[in-house]
Ligand binder design. Sequence first.
Ligand code: LLP
Length: 421
Amino acid sequence: MDHFLYRNGVLHAEDVAVPDIAAVVGTPFYLYSAATLRRHYRLFADGLEGLPHLVCYAMKANSNQAVLKLLGDLGAGMDVVSGGEYARARAAGIPGERIVFSGIGKTRAEMRMALEGGIRQVNLESEPEMRVLSEVAVSMGKVVPVTVRVNPDVDAKTHEKIATGKKENKFGIPIARAREVYAEAAALPGLDVVGIDVHIGSQLTDLQPFRDAYGLLASLTRQLRADGHDIRRLDLGGGLGIPYERSNSAPPLPVEYCAMVREVLGDLDCEIEIEPGRLIAGNAGILVSEVIYLKHGEGRDFLILDAAMNDLIRPSMYSSYHEIVAVHEPAAGVPLAPVDIVGPVCESGDTFARDRAMPPLAAGDLVAFRSAGAYGAVMASEYNTRPLVPEVLVQDDQFAVIRPRPTFDEIISRDRVPAWL
Ligand code: LLP
């Protein structure tokens, strides 16, 4: 459930009419609902109540400072995957004890940064990385809590570009080698082995792959404990999918996911960490755009928007589906007709949808892409020198620009022309 609903025929974000924001901010822009973000975070926090746990929001999904502050104020931890994300989390007031550091290629500089500023744990992804972290920690006179990410060779049944738990993927160490790798980790100075980490992919629409992976994790926990390791934390990653196409998809709910976690891992006496990103932010955001032209092509009509692939890359990159709705609610029974919905960027890949059944729309009308709060603004670029799309947050009847649209001057002034040119 989200807070983007029609009221008196006009799409609202909570209590604010979307056209009122468009009039102030201009289009295109991302629009987030504070109530929806809070609601989604609480679904996980409440779902795991009773088990010692920390919900570490995967901030790669949406890392705006306002979003991090809002979630941090509720008690959320953060899953970061770069020095930049670590800096963002700290800048938003998240204490180091609530930050976990994931990612397969952490550099020495990033490790130093986390150790200096404080970190709950580093999730290691390979033996070379483990040895480097040990070296860095020793050189700083620190001991850093670590988990090792295991690759359970489970098929997440999701888009190939976002599946991470098969043996052919670059992530983690093969689960079959875990005992050997844990033995080395335990022997290395500067590392305190506290748990196990797994993340099998994103936009999972079935609980079974999670259940399979977590079952393997439970057996591994017992095995590693028998080997003498004090396994006391399990980081289960993120990945729970959201209904992009509401009419025909209903992925499992967070409450069902949490019940499964409890069932499979609840008796291990471990602290549970989860790293949801998409489920918290995805349906808490829309991308609002204006129709520039309706163009009649040969055998097909094109709805040309002022948003483009640089603003929301998911359709071009993963052929992903986003519901696109008219901001002014079409009258009941109005006939729908198929159109291709495209942006103004100079490549055919700049297509959001083909043959999408839409109500009649004309230049100047507003449309909204639903489910755009995760992996939307964070993946935007300035391709075609289109300014980074601004972000707006709504709470009840108030809204604020939480990242302004850069001016052309600001964009151009980031370049430097060498004196010798
Ligand atoms: N933890 C780790 C270690 C991850 O790599 C990811 C996502 C997450 C947590 C959060 O997964 P989520 O709960 O959001 O599914 N850009 C792609 C998604 C890439 C996901 C990468 N890793 C997209 O737009 O679909």
